[in-house]
Design a protein around this ligand. Structure first.
Ligand code: ATR
Length: 270
């Protein structure tokens, strides 16, 4: 068996072991996948010990994604822009490659699973923290007409957008600057939902027939999903599909085989 694991702190709630176990069974790959409660003061040591024990790759979650970015010996372009790594791949001589599969996961869930065509669309991205940085470049690669990154703290949105202008039509603003704008897709990448809140945005920003997508997920509708229903979104989705898709892309990077996600999403919805 080849050893993989997810490392984070806390880690108990992580669904990754369940997801990767399903992928391993489905593909017949000899993958054993565990969870590691990372030491807040010794992430690098935890990684080193995992490699010494024969570990082949890691998923990295809160709060270690930035540390994983610094630790990696080489980075994919997407991970480079994201400033965060959620997938570590063991190379020869114990070297590590860092990648970030969150953006691919978001794009695949929207475009393949849900059938939303991103190309040519006006997209509002709420938030400018690590979650948004992690997905923004693959999103821009789909050639939307325009992406506005809107954040409660406007300065963070400006600086994130400014660093991305080479990759497409993108601009930053504050949540209070959205009056008069309309979007076919609103993606919530803020942490507001964790406090049961929704970013304060004007009622009119969702175009008629527009979609809402929350990168968070929970058993019941997330607060932003509920906002979507209240504002008559054609679809209002949570981030469970994205979670499974980012896992599938990690699995592909490690094993060179892309598992089917639909049965695993259905199992988790159970
Ligand atoms: P993460 O890495 O999960 O993105 P983060 O870097 O702390 O976490 O960023 C959290 C994001 O959620 C930020 O964009 C934050 O806005 P600020 O930059 O203004 O702090 C946003 N956020 C958190 N709570 C929010 C709320 N109640 N309303 C609107 N935005 C919120």
């Amino acid at each position: 068996m080849d050893k993989y694991a997810v490392i984070g702190n806390p880690i108990e709630h992580s669904k990754s072991p369940e997801i990767h176990k399903a992928f391993a069974e489905q593909t017949g790959e000899p993958v054993e996948y565990g969870r590691i409660l990372g030491d807040l003061d010794d992430f690098a040591g935890d990684v080193r010990r995992f490699l010494a024990a024969g570990g082949q790759g890691l998923n990295v979650t809160v709060p270690f994604k930035e540390q994983a970015w610094r630790l990696a010996d080489e980075l994919s372009p997407g991970a480079h822009t994201a400033g965060a790594v959620n997938t570590l791949i063991r190379l020869d001589k114990n070297r590590l490659r860092g990648d970030n599969t969150d953006g691919v996961g978001l794009v695949r869930d929207l475009s393949v699973n849900q059938g939303f065509r991103l190309r040519g669309k006006r997209i509002l991205m709420l938030g400018a923290g690590g979650a948004v940085r992690g997905v923004i470049r693959p999103l821009l690669e789909q050639q939307p007409k325009r992406v506005i990154i809107a954040n409660r703290t406007a300065s963070k949105a400006y600086s994130l957008a400014n660093g991305l202008t080479a990759h497409g039509q993108v601009a930053g603003c504050g949540l209070d600057e959205l009056d008069g704008m309309q979007f076919e897709l609103i993606i919530n990448g803020t942490a507001a939902g964790l406090q049961g809140e929704v970013p304060s945005i004007p009622d009119s920003v969702l175009a008629k027939g527009g979609w809402c997508y929350d990168m968070l997920y929970s058993k019941d509708a997330t607060p932003f999903q509920a906002w979507g229903y209240e504002h008559r979104a054609a679809r209002s989705l949570d981030g469970l599909g994205m979670l499974v898709e980012q896992a599938a892309e990690s699995f592909r990077l490690w094993r060179d085989i892309l598992p089917e996600t639909a049965p695993v999403i259905a199992m988790l919805r159970g």
